[in-house]
Design a binder for this molecule. Structure first.
Ligand code: EPU
Length: 419
C-alpha cells in the first residue's frame, strides 16, 4: 500500500491543469451501456474509480479501449448481472442499474454497503425505478430490478438530505428509453447531472431541464453512439485552490469552470483570498493571513460536501473561529481526528465542526479514511512543520489524478513511497 510523505513549509507557485470530472465520467461511462453503438468519451481522468467502472463495463460484456484520456466503449451485447466482486470496490457502480434497466428491462447489482462517510442508501433510486413500473427485489446482498416495460411517470427524488445525485442519474438513464414522458421532480442540480444529460441527448435522448429541480424526459425507442468531453472536475479544482490558499504565493488552475466552483470561490474570498479569473483560468493569491468563515454544505449551487474536509484543513490555520456544518453526510468528519493529531483545534458538535484557528500545524503520521479526508490531510501537510506521512493513499488515487506530481510541479515537497 503506497504512502505519501509531505515535507511541509514550502511555498507553492505556478499553474496546474485540472482533469476531467470523476463524478461526471463515472455515470457517463455507465450510460454507454444504453446503446449497441460505440461511444467515445474524452478527458476521462486516470483514476482507480474509473478503472473499476471500466472493469464493470467489461464484465457486463462491453468492449472497452482506453488511450490517454479517451475511452471508447462498445456494448453490442450486455449481461445484466454485476456481481459483488466487481462492484464492491466502488459505490458508484450502482449507476449501471439505470442503463441496464433501461436497455434490457432488468438488472442485478450487488447492493452498496455503507462507507466511512456514512450510510449510503439507494432507496430513492429504487423508488424512481418503481415509479417507472419496475419491480425491486433485494436478496442475498443483491438488488434486482425488472419490468416487462418501462412507462414514463412523475417521480420525486426528495430525500431526508435533499435530492440524490447518482439517484437522479440512475432514474434519468432508466427513463430515456421508457414509453412516454417522465417528469423527475426534486432532481439533483449538480453540474455532473447536466453533463450526463448532455451526453444522453447527444445519444438521441430527449431530456430538458437538467440543472433545475424538474427534468422532463420524452422516451425514445433507441439511442445511438456519441462522442463527448467530460466537464472539468470542480472538486479537484477546489482542492487546488485550497492548496494555493494554504501554502501558496500565487497558484493558477487552468481548464476549470468557475461557475461550477462559485460557492468555493465565495468561501475563499470570505477568508480574505484574492481570486482572479480569465478564460477558464483561476488564480488565487493569499492576502497575509487566513480569515475565519462559517460554512454549511448544501446541494449545488451551495457549498459542496466534497470540499468540506479540505476547508476544515484550511480553517484549522485561520485567524479566529469557524464553524463548518455538514448537511449532506452528517458523519463525514473522519479527517477531524487526524487533523487534531497535527495540532488542529477542532471539536465536533453533532454535524458541526467548531474550529479554533491555530498558529501552526505539525507533521505527523496520519491515516487516510476516504477520498476527500485524504486530500485534507495532504493540504494540512503542505502547511505543517516537518513531515506528514499519509497512509492508505489508495483512497486519494480513487479521485485525484497524479495529485503528487501536480503538487510537486507547484513546488510542494511530496513523495510517494511504495510499501
Ligand atoms: N440518500 C438517500 N437515499 C438515496 C440516495 C441518497 O437518503 O437513495 C442520501 C445520502 O445518504 C446523502 C444524500 O442523500 O445523505 C445525498 O447523497 P447522494 O445520493 O446525492 O450522493 P451520491 O450520489 O451517492 C455523489 C458523489 C459524492 C458526493 C455526493 C453529494 C459520485 C460518484 N459521488 O454521491 O462524491 O459527495 O454525490 O454531492 O458522484 C466524492 O467524490 O468524494 C463523493 C463522495
Amino acid at each position: 500500500m503506497d504512502k505519501i510523505i509531505v515535507h511541509g513549509g514550502h511555498t507553492l507557485a505556478g499553474t496546474v491543469k485540472i482533469s476531467g470530472s470523476k463524478n461526471s465520467a463515472l455515470p457517463i461511462l455507465a450510460a454507454t451501456l444504453l446503446t449497441k453503438e460505440p461511444c467515445v468519451i474524452h478527458r476521462v481522468p486516470d483514476l482507480s474509480d474509473v478503472h473499476y467502472m471500466l472493469q464493470i463495463l467489461n464484465h457486463l460484456g462491453a468492449e472497452v479501449e482506453r488511450a490517454s484520456g479517451v475511452v471508447t466503449v462498445k456494448a453490442e451485447k450486455v449481461d445484466t448481472v454485476a456481481p459483488y466482486d466487481v462492484v464492491r470496490k466502488m459505490r458508484a457502480s450502482v449507476c449501471v442499474l439505470g442503463p441496464l434497466l433501461g436497455r434490457e428491462k432488468e438488472a442485478t447489482v450487488s447492493l452498496p454497503g455503507g462507507c466511512v462517510i456514512g450510510d449510503r442508501p439507494i432507496d430513492l433510486h429504487l423508488r424512481g425505478f418503481e415509479a417507472l413500473g419496475a419491480a425491486v427485489r433485494v436478496h442475498a446482498g443483491n438488488v434486482k430490478v425488472f419490468a416487462p416495460e418501462l412507462v414514463g411517470a412523475k417521480i420525486s427524488l426528495k430525500g431526508k438530505f435533499g435530492s440524490t445525485v447518482l439517484g437522479t442519474d440512475n432514474v434519468l438513464m432508466a427513463s430515456v428509453l421508457a414509453e412516454g414522458t417522465t417528469v423527475i421532480e426534486d432532481a439533483a442540480c449538480e453540474p455532473e447531472v447536466v453533463d450526463l444529460a448532455n451526453f444522453l441527448n447527444k445519444m438521441g435522448a430527449r431530456i430538458e431541464g437538467a440543472g433545475t429541480p424538474q427534468i422532463v424526459v420524452e422516451g425514445v425507442k433507441e439511442l445511438h453512439g456519441a462522442e463527448h468531453e467530460v466537464i472539468p472536475d470542480r472538486i479537484e479544482a477546489g482542492t487546488f485552490l485550497v492548496a494555493g490558499a494554504i501554502a501558496g504565493r500565487e497558484v493558477t488552475i487552468t481548464r476549470a469552470k468557475y461557475d461550477h466552483l462559485a460557492a468555493v470561490g465565495t468561501a475563499l474570498e470570505a477568508c480574505g483570498f484574492n481570486l482572479t479569473r480569465s478564460n477558464g483560468a483561476i488564480t488565487i493569491r493569499p492576502n497575509g493571513s487566513v480569515g475565519s468563515v462559517d460554512l454549511r454544505t448544501e446541494p449545488y449551487p451551495g457549498f459542496p460536501t466534497d470540499m468540506q474536509a479540505q476547508m476544515c484543513a484550511l480553517l484549522a490555520t485561520a485567524r479566529g473561529d469557524s464553524e463548518v456544518t455538514e448537511n449532506i453526510f452528517p458523519q463525514r468528519f473522519m479527517h477531524v481526528s487526524e487533523l487534531k493529531r497535527m495540532g488542529a483545534a477542532i471539536e465536533l458538535d453533532g454535524a458541526t465542526a467548531k474550529i479554533r484557528g491555530v498558529n501552526g500545524l505539525s507533521g505527523a503520521p496520519v491515516m487516510a479514511s476516504d477520498l476527500r479526508a485524504s486530500a485534507a490531510l495532504v493540504l494540512a501537510g503542505l502547511k505543517a512543520e516537518g513531515e506528514t506521512e499519509i497512509n492508505r493513499v489508495y483512497h486519494i488515487d480513487r479521485g485525484y489524478e497524479l495529485i503528487d506530481e501536480k503538487l510537486g510541479s507547484l513546488g510542494a515537497h511530496i513523495e510517494r513511497v511504495k510499501v
